[in-house]
Design a protein around this ligand. Structure first.
Ligand code: ADP
Length: 492
């Protein structure tokens, strides 16, 4: 950590704290997730799982892991710093996100989910606080602590719970054969939240959640009803039978027609009936009025600009401190952008000293404010919350995981990187391949015991930033209508 200057805290979960830091030599602003040192092994398992996935799966809409090191027995994950989260935006815009911005965010979120699903990975904790948003509006899925590879047919997952409000019915009922559709359910809940500003299924217990699912979405399938009836946890409980409108637009009247169709396709009680991420990306919601054709070049330009900004951050050569730190901390691997990548080559061509006008430090560094000190416009967030949802806030919970983790094999993996978390040395990460195959098409290369309260979570997760969220939002608002703006300092 000596190589980094701490600028403030940006997040805190059950497993660690996320700090905004500045690399002393390069000036790069990063987010360092410092895992707690807990007696039980779960923290190490979560950390190891996250590292494993982030090493293997790289995509421009997934958070970029830069390096990993262990210091004073604590695992440190160094990520590119991303400005804020979708939750931050929702706290500011309590009636939901503006429709143009919503479509751009959803498209990118889906690209990330499709990439994972095509690689047989389920994220298992899709929610607004895990969607990071850069200043230019690029979304990056984060928190891979619960991600895992799909079980082979016949295999079962050991007990695991995602954040309750976004949990699919098969997860609530602990059906051991769940899969990719759990992410699609969570996405459906998140879409409603992003569009309306209100969580769709805030709930204080699994039973409360199931009751809300039945009231707002649909009756359990015979298979799920069978699990429910046999569960000792729900002994003696009878869920109501509700008649729901078949028409998506009548069912979700607050949503724009096509968005209602998408949500309806995501929120199917039977996981087999839920739409896939690929089909979602081809949905008319995205294909109408040439959205994809217009947005892909915009996204590509933004990504190139962000990579360019990062590539201008150069380490000081022959830094004594560097040498000292090299010994002090054990770097597990580092991530650089290889020149061989398409994007790397493009950057090589464009990287001329006289063009160095963009400096990230002034954009993201500087004075630190906490979000708490800036009162958001919509303090309660549940602006239009109905009475059934109003009783749910009391204590905070992070998902609990009782699942044995695939041990990290201390050998070299398919990427040619050492998997041993405790090995020294430095590793190069594979590039985020901004090629036509992944950017120009939508297909990539590729407990009952706890209560999840957003209110408490909000006080727990602090975001520090060089700008107030209001400033950030006004920038984003502008970007909804304007052409891309490059933040530049005047040439020196
Ligand atoms: P945990 O697993 O402990 O919940 P997360 O990875 O979900 O940790 O991060 C917690 C919070 O920290 C996020 O909701 C976000 O506010 C912040 N955060 C995480 N990663 C970054 C990042 N790369 N840049 C900026 N903020 C981040």
């Amino acid at each position: 950590m000596e190589m980094y200057e701490t600028l403030g805290k940006v997040g805190e979960g059950s497993y660690g704290t996320v700090m905004k830091c500045k690399h002393k030599d390069t000036g790069q602003i990063v987010a360092i997730k410092i895992f707690y040192e807990k007696p039980e092994k779960s923290v190490n398992k979560i950390a190891t799982r996250e590292i494993k996935f982030l090493k293997q799966f790289r995509h421009e809409n997934l958070v970029n892991l830069i390096e990993v090191f262990r210091q004073k027995k604590k695992i440190h994950l160094v990520f590119e710093f991303i400005d804020h989260t979708v939750l931050d935006e929702l706290q500011h815009y309590c009636h939901g996100l503006e429709s143009k911005r919503l479509r751009k965010y959803l498209f990118q979120i889906l690209r990330a989910i499709e990439y994972l699903h095509n690689n047989n990975i389920i994220h298992r904790d899709i929610k607004p606080e895990n969607i990071l948003v850069s200043q230019s509006g690029i979304t990056k899925l984060c928190d891979f602590g619960f991600a895992r590879t799909l079980a082979a047919p016949g295999d079962i997952y050991t007990d695991y719970v995602a954040t309750r409000w976004y949990r699919a019915p098969e997860l609530v009922l602990k059906d051991t054969s769940y899969g990719k559709p759990v992410d699609i359910w969570a996405l459906g809940c998140m879409i409603i939240e992003m569009a309306t500003g209100n969580p769709f299924l805030p709930s204080s217990s699994d039973l409360d959640l199931l009751h809300k699912i039945v009231l707002k979405v649909g009756n359990l399938t015979p298979h799920l009803q069978n699990i429910f009836s046999k569960s000792p946890i729900f002994a003696g409980v009878v869920l109501p039978q509700v008649q729901h409108p078949k028409n998506a637009r009548k069912k979700y009247p607050k949503l724009n027609g096509l968005l209602a169709d998408i949500v309806h396709a995501c929120l199917q009680i039977d996981p087999a009936e839920r739409i896939s991420s690929t089909d979602l990306l081809h949905h008319e919601y995205f294909t109408r009025d040439g959205f994809i054709e217009k947005f892909i070049p915009e996204l590509r330009a933004k990504l190139l600009r962000e990579v360019k900004v990062n590539s201008f951050i150069k380490p000081k050569e022959n830094s004594k401190e560097n040498e000292l730190i090299k010994d002090e901390r054990k770097t597990i691997y580092t991530n650089t952008l290889p020149r061989s990548s398409v994007l790397g080559k493009e950057m090589e061509r464009e990287k001329k000293p006289k063009e160095i006008k963009v400096r990230v430090i002034k954009v993201k560094g500087g004075k630190v404010d906490t979000l708490e000190s800036k009162k958001p416009e919509c303090e309660g967030r549940h602006c239009q919350q109905n009475s059934i949802d109003a009783h749910t806030m009391s204590q905070d919970t992070k998902p609990v995981i009782n699942e044995p983790l695939n041990p990290v094999n201390p050998s070299t993996n398919s990427n040619g990187m050492k998997d041993d978390l405790y090995a020294g040395g430095s590793m190069t990460m594979p590039p985020i391949n901004l090629t036509s195959s992944n950017l120009m098409t939508s297909t990539p290369t590729s407990d009952l015991s706890h209560f999840n309260s957003r209110l408490t979570e909000r006080t727990k997760k602090r975001r520090t930033s060089s700008q107030s969220i209001g400033q950030i939002m006004s920038i984003c608002r502008q970007e909804d209508t304007d052409a891309i703006q490059v933040r530049q300092e005047p040439s020196l």
